[in-house]
Ligand binder design. Structure first.
Ligand code: GLN
Length: 538
């Protein structure tokens, strides 16, 4: 196999942007003309992220082939531009499931099946399978969690073995350097300790990337170099930046790509960064601001707000704003407030546009429906994503078509007007509690109605967006909704599933059953988000 591997580990803290560093390395190598595949390893037992609460784990990113994966795959796609498949998110659960399954099938030929060597063996097999399937020049492997955790040891062991067994691997260790407020000084000790932890597993990093609020100075670079056994030039500083798409440029300003390539005895080509540089530069000088409200509920853990639950939506908003010359200002709106006090709805007038993203279950839903009504009646540009489309249909049924208690059977199984209903094939799945990986998942095609807003935005008759839902518009109510002016502007190719809706005589009121946020890129925004922001311009 010709693939070369780059492993990214993390030290000191989780959530310091290992995913962004991994994606940035991928971007830099793909700009050099190499084929890059990336893998995210998640050390939890869950088979996939689909069964986890977003406030626990962040967004569930959906791949083309219907994987419910870690949000880092979304970051890879947005930076590198090529699609990831579900096997590019490996979890402990998947690895053990395969090993146990093989054991039951006597595939180990009567041997005692053990954590070592059989678990790392399966890890290696999976990594190589991804590299081969993608015919990758480089395969990036991001090891989730922090070095020193019990949880990821077997993955690190597998990677150690791979290098010993002759694969070409470069290890990049991303470590956080705190600047404690009371000291006002950047401390390297925790990073040093984390490299020791890595050493104790038998891995010596080739590079250390330091994450911190500020750039790494020479004194500390020297210290890290000496104590962590990494030459000074290979200690790379990655301070906080306002725009994550700047990170490849930050790394490149320290000749990172050429340093990485030289470890593989490969030659660096100059002048590949111009377009990306111009794009990042263009996001800096925007004067006009677009204030976009996102109405959701997966924000809080304890006393803190976690934006990770909606990261693809946030990025899609940014891409669209930048494309239209706006500085994005995204604000979180808690729909439950509207359930307590109608007067608060007036506050929605101060937004240039509002979005109701995907969601599940009852909580906050009535508040969202009130907000959607307000957006429709006050002509505030509105985009509904999946649940946001379903709730817009419910709102329309209730307040325009006079179906008073119209609802989705997800929240009211006995409603007289089940305008959103469970898909027939889903009923059995739920009855048997088979929740994992059983929604309508992945990319599905839709045929767009000529002359509709969405047809103009996409500029083609057939589009494909990713899905993740169990409910859909109930065909029994379509003609009644249409009669009052709801336009079903996109349907599944067989005409049975309603994929897009829009409302006439409104600046922009569009909903989709899909999740277009998963296919939005810097310099190439999702057409629907772009349309929402263009409506502000008007
Ligand atoms: N809860 C809704 C469904 O299952 C919407 C899901 C979503 O927004 N992703 O159909």
């Amino acid at each position: 196999m010709h693939t070369k591997f780059i492993v990214v580990t993390g030290g000191v803290l989780s959530g310091v942007g290992k995913g962004t560093i991994t994606a940035s390395i991928g971007k830099l190598l793909s700009l050099q003309g190499y084929k890059v595949a990336s893998i995210k390893i998640d050390p939890y037992i869950n088979i996939d992220a689909g069964t986890m609460r977003p406030t626990e784990h962040g967004e569930v990113f959906v791949t083309e082939d219907g994987g419910e994966t870690d949000q880092d795959l979304g970051i890879y796609e947005r930076f590198i531009g090529n699609y990831c498949l579900k096997e590019q998110n490996m979890t402990t659960g998947q690895v053990y499931e395969t090993v146990i399954h093989k054991e039951r099938n006597l595939e180990y030929g009567g041997r005692c099946v053990e954590v070592i060597p059989h678990i790392p063996e399966e890890v290696k097999r999976r990594i190589k399978a991804v590299a081969e399937k993608n015919n990758a020049d480089f395969c990036l492997i991001e090891v989730g969690g922090t070095v020193g955790d019990y949880q990821n040891v077997l993955f690190l062991e597998a990677l150690r073995e791979m290098r010993l067994q002759g694969e070409k691997i470069v290890f990049v260790h991303v470590a956080y350097l705190p600047v404690p407020g009371n000291l006002g000084e950047m401390k390297t000790k925790p990073a040093q300790r984390s490299v020791r932890d890595l050493n104790s597993i038998g891995i010596q990093p080739d590079f250390i990337v330091t994450r911190s609020a500020m750039p790494l100075d020479d004194v500390r670079k020297e210290k890290l170099s000496l104590f962590c056994n990494v030459v000074k030039d290979d200690v790379i500083s990655s301070p906080d930046v306002r725009n994550i798409y700047e990170v490849p440029l930050v790394l490149e300003s320290q000749d990172f790509t050429s340093k990485v390539l030289s470890k593989f005895n490969m030659v660096f080509k100059t002048g590949k960064m111009k377009e990306w540089e111009a794009f990042v530069e263009s996001t800096k000088k925007l004067e006009k601001e677009a204030r976009i409200g996102i109405i959701g509920k997966y924000f809080d853990t304890g006393d803190f707000t976690l934006e990770d639950s909606y990261i693809s939506v946030i990025e899609a908003v940014k891409h669209a704003c930048w494309n239209n010359g706006f500085r994005p200002k995204i604000e979180w709106i808690n729909s439950k407030d509207y359930e307590k006090d109608d007067k608060l709805l007036q506050g929605l007038k101060s937004y240039d546009a509002i979005i109701v993203p995907g969601g599940f279950g009852k909580s906050g839903v009535e508040g969202k429906i009130k907000a959607i009504r307000f957006a429709r009646e006050n002509k505030i540009p509105y985009l509904g994503l999946c649940y946001g489309m379903q709730l817009a249909v419910i709102e329309f049924a209730r307040n325009v078509c006079g179906m008073k208690d119209a609802n989705t059977t997800e929240n009211d199984p006995k409603t007289r007007f089940p305008v959103i209903d469970i898909m027939p094939e889903q009923k059995k799945i739920i009855a048997e509690s088979k929740y994992g990986a059983t929604m309508r998942l992945g990319a599905y095609k839709a045929v767009l109605k000529k002359g509709s807003i969405v047809h103009k935005l996409y500029g083609k008759d057939e589009v494909s967006e990713r899905h993740r839902h169990r409910y859909e518009v109930n065909p029994e109510f379509i003609s009644k909704l249409e009669a009052k002016g709801l336009v079903f502007s996109g349907k599944s190719p067989d005409g049975k599933l309603m994929e897009f809706i829009e409302i006439q005589n409104h600046i922009f009121m569009v909903g989709t059953q899909g999740h277009p946020e998963f296919k939005s890129y810097p310099m190439k925004p999702s057409p629907l988000f772009d349309g929402l922001v263009k409506a502000i311009k008007k």
